[in-house]
Design a protein around this ligand. Structure first.
Ligand code: IMP
Length: 422
């Protein structure tokens, strides 16, 4: 296989960083294609925690070129700070990190608007406050700024002058927030562009040439299918295409092909921010999972809501993201519990649904559970217990695709490959 997309199958935070890091050993390129520094991909190396937000999770493997595709929204200051952190572990140059010149840029105004809206809008989304929505709005509205604009000061100033008026008016007159002037923002972004330029290039062209020459690529998704702007639980979603479709628009493939799609999925479900969550647990079991799984957001530090595995949502994720296999993560967190439940179907107005649908009001569904025999694995040996194998088999049967990876701890080595990917 030459190309694999790695997609969150739930509401994000499924452990994509660790799986990407592991699979990076086998590929030439790791490509981010959507989202921005709202993502937080955690990797543990030798007991040290590294959280990546914008830099692709392949960066810790020197042989690998990490690519920030044009579908990403990039906050230059955050990106450069992250590069400085990564440089404590590894040399970072254009040889192993490439940013598309067409990647959209998050400005100070976008961040201020994101934060201001959360306080005052009609619906509270619980965004990460990183300016993601406003940056994508400007991109789609054809007012956006691209990385290439940062490299030409006159062009940068002209573009900001053309589009900033509305934002400054909104911030100052509607929200009562002092906004930076066009001149201040031009100077700031120009300075950042000068530091960024060593990484900027034709990412699409490099990827096309490499794939045509037989190189292997891993497309690293951020967030998860249920946060997709089209397929997710709208309006409680992020502003990008988090499903496999985003690969095509946000980075590019060779002749429209992604060979396999690996859906990353926790052994239970979590959600951070607002929005419906059918299997959410409000009792001690939920609190146990939250505490044992250290379910705090890697980007915002917010507590994640926790619940049982939800097969109707996962079946939907398989459909909308064309998943071909699953990586099941954090199995160790469920190990040793006295109960183990899986949501098999939903009941809505007396009808039973085994698969969620776009627009289905998840706040109104009643989850129907199946009890499984709990497992008590300590993961020290080569084999899983028969109870854990039964849990995995149940998921495979329920979704109709194999569990290709089972992960049971934060470290790189706490992982079992049940199929090969490259
Ligand atoms: P935004 O992406 O910051 O606009 O936030 C929109 C929604 O997506 C909020 O509910 C966030 O909590 C959620 N979200 C964004 N990024 C992530 C992530 O990486 N993991 C989990 N939830 C996320």
């Amino acid at each position: 296989m030459k190309t694999l997309a790695l997609i969150g199958a739930q509401w994000g935070d499924e452990g994509k960083g660790k799986i990407t890091d592991m699979l990076s050993r086998q590929v030439d390129y790791v490509v981010r294609f959507q989202g921005g520094n709202n993502a937080g991909h955690t990797i543990w190396v030798d007991g040290r925690k590294i959280v990546l937000h914008l830099v692709p999770s392949g960066i810790l493997h020197p042989h690998c070129l990490s690519i920030v595709g044009h579908g990403v929204v990039l906050e230059p200051e955050a990106f450069l700070k992250e590069v400085a952190e990564v440089r404590q572990y590894i040399d970072v140059t254009k040889k192993n990190l490439l940013v598309s010149e067409n990647t959209s840029v998050t400005t100070s105004w976008h961040k201020l608007i994101d934060a201001a809206r959360e306080g005052q809008g009609p619906i509270k989304i619980g965004t990460t406050g990183k300016g993601i929505g406003p940056t994508y709005e400007d991109k789609i509205g054809r007012r956006g700024l691209r990385v290439r604009d940062l490299l030409d000061k006159d062009q940068l100033h002209a573009r900001l002058k053309n589009t900033a008026g509305e934002k400054i008016f909104l911030l100052e007159k509607l929200y009562g927030i002092q906004a930076p002037t066009v001149e201040q923002e031009t100077e700031r972004l120009w300075g950042l562009g000068q530091q960024l330029k060593e990484f900027v290039g034709d990412a699409f062209g490099v990827l096309q040439e490499g794939l045509a020459a037989g190189k292997k690529a891993l497309y690293e998704g951020a967030q998860g299918a249920l946060l997709d702007v089209d397929y997710g639980t709208y309006p409680y979603v992020t502003s990008s295409s988090t499903t496999t479709s985003g690969v095509h628009t946000g980075a590019g493939t060779l002749r429209g092909t992604v060979d396999e799609v690996l859906g990353i999925c926790k052994a239970y479900t979590t959600r951070v921010g607002e929005g419906p969550f059918p299997t959410e647990l409000f009792d001690d079991v939920g609190k146990y999972i939250q505490a044992t799984g250290k379910e705090f957001g890697a980007t915002t530090g917010r507590v994640r809501r926790c619940g049982w595995l939800d097969l109707p949502l996962l079946r939907y994720a398989v459909q909308c993201s064309s998943l071909t296999s699953i990586a099941l993560t954090k199995l160790d967190i469920l190990s040793g519990m006295d109960v183990l439940k899986v949501c098999e179907a939903y009941e809505v107005d007396g009808k039973t649904f085994t698969t969620a649908r776009p627009g289905m009001d998840l706040a109104r569904v009643k989850p129907l559970y199946k009890d499984l025999r709990p497992f008590k694995d300590d993961f020290s040996g080569d084999k899983f217990s028969s109870e854990l194998e039964t849990y995995i088999a149940h998921i495979e049967k329920g979704l109709g695709i194999p569990v290709g990876i089972a992960a049971y701890g934060p470290d790189r080595e706490q992982i079992k490959f049940r199929k090969s990917f490259f």
